[in-house]
Design a protein around this ligand. Structure first.
Ligand code: COI
Length: 357
């Protein structure tokens, strides 16, 4: 690994009390380029732009995928990653599906650990703070031939994050647009999956809904995901969530929520979630909560669902009553080393992330 540290750190310009997520980047990044059938040296270098032309294949054909993960700093200044091996596995699944070369442990896990170590000052300490990490792979060959690229770039960049209080949102159950289709790329974290969601989300926004609950493309009668997140439904005291599939992303937060809920003794049914089942539960008064889970916001709670022109309000639950809120608190407590970690999910930066994974 080649390490080139910046001579002009920007850390003094970073105001922990006043920054915006996703637009402030740490001093360094990990970069590795693929050419002639192999990855080159892994470099940790100052964060900054690269020259690319509009003929770059990644922007013409969307051969690009990414990951989302977080690092946390506890009160003693120790830095932890959360289940990083899951993101390593998933980026390679995405790469395979998009006909891109898989990345190595040295690039991903060692690169990640080195970056976290070098930029540890950028990880804000305290309740709700974290560093959001974005590993990505994209095609860089300058060619307009519609085939897989012969050149790629792998990079890891990072942006400080804060837990903003997010008020419960209204979501529209899709009866036309789809996020993914059978045999498609829904289970990959493909950049284009997000691009394809923007227009239907704009239309939902015009109708007064913040997000969409994506349904299956064939019949639009089963829940799949919500916004950029996996979706959970609580009817009575049972949690329902659809199984991962070729259309549904295998979310790390999703898996962690399922394990935490089961450990508490909550019944979790991982099976198809019919829209009718949810609508009927609302009619019968047994629908208690619907929420989305993802790395970035951890949990997004819903206050209303829109379906066939009707807006159905969900009950207002206290923090203690809400599974979404209490499971989120437990998860963030484990992630940030405030609570015991019975699952062994936390990995201390500096102790060999690759070896532990
Ligand atoms: C996440 O929750 O990590 C996501 O995938 C959202 C991201 C696109 C900001």
């Amino acid at each position: 690994m080649i390490i080139q540290k910046t001579s002009a750190s920007r850390i003094d310009t970073f105001d922990k009390d006043n920054f915006s997520f996703g637009t402030t980047f740490t001093d360094h990044m990990v970069v590795c380029e693929y050419e002639d059938g192999k990855w080159g040296d892994v470099r940790v270098m100052p964060y900054g732009p690269f020259p690319f032309t509009p003929a770059m294949m990644g922007v013409n054909y969307g051969q690009a995928c990414f990951e989302g993960m977080k690092a946390y700093k506890d009160k003693d200044g120790d830095v932890f990653l959360f289940r990083p091996e899951k993101n390593f596995e998933r980026i390679n699944k995405s790469a395979k599906r998009l006909a891109m070369p898989e990345v190595t442990e040295e690039m991903f896990l060692k690169g990640l650990e080195t970056l976290m170590d070098i930029d540890r000052e950028w990880i804000p300490q305290g309740d709700g703070f974290s560093l959001y990490i974005r590993p990505l792979i994209f095609a860089t060959e300058e060619a307009l031939k519609a085939r897989k690229s012969e050149k790629y770039m792998f990079a890891i960049i990072a942006t400080p994050a804060k837990a903003y209080y997010t008020a419960p949102v209204s979501v529209l159950i899709s009866d036309f647009y789809s996020r993914a289709a059978n045999g498609g790329v829904g289970s990959a974290k493909a950049a284009g999956n997000y691009a394809g969601a923007f227009y239907p989300t704009d239309l939902a926004n015009e109708q007064g809904y913040e997000q969409i609950i994506w349904t299956d493309d064939a019949t639009h009668s089963y829940f799949e995901e919500s916004g950029t997140m996996n979706v959970f439904v609580r009817v009575g005291d049972t949690i329902y969530t659809p199984p991962t599939s070729e259309r549904i992303l295998d979310g790390v937060t999703r898996d962690s929520f399922i394990q935490l809920a089961k450990k508490r003794g909550i019944e979790v049914v991982v099976d198809k979630v019919p829209v009718d089942f949810v609508i009927n539960a609302h009619k019968e008064g047994t629908l208690k909560e619907i929420w989305g889970v993802g790395t970035a916001v951890v949990t997004s709670q819903f206050e209303a669902i829109g379906y066939h022109g009707e807006k159905l309000m969900l009950p207002v639950l206290s923090e203690e009553e809400s599974y979404a809120a209490s499971l989120k608190n437990e998860l963030v407590g484990i992630q940030s080393n405030l609570l015991e970690d019975p699952f062994g999910w936390r990995v201390l930066v500096g102790e060999g992330v690759a070896e532990k994974a």
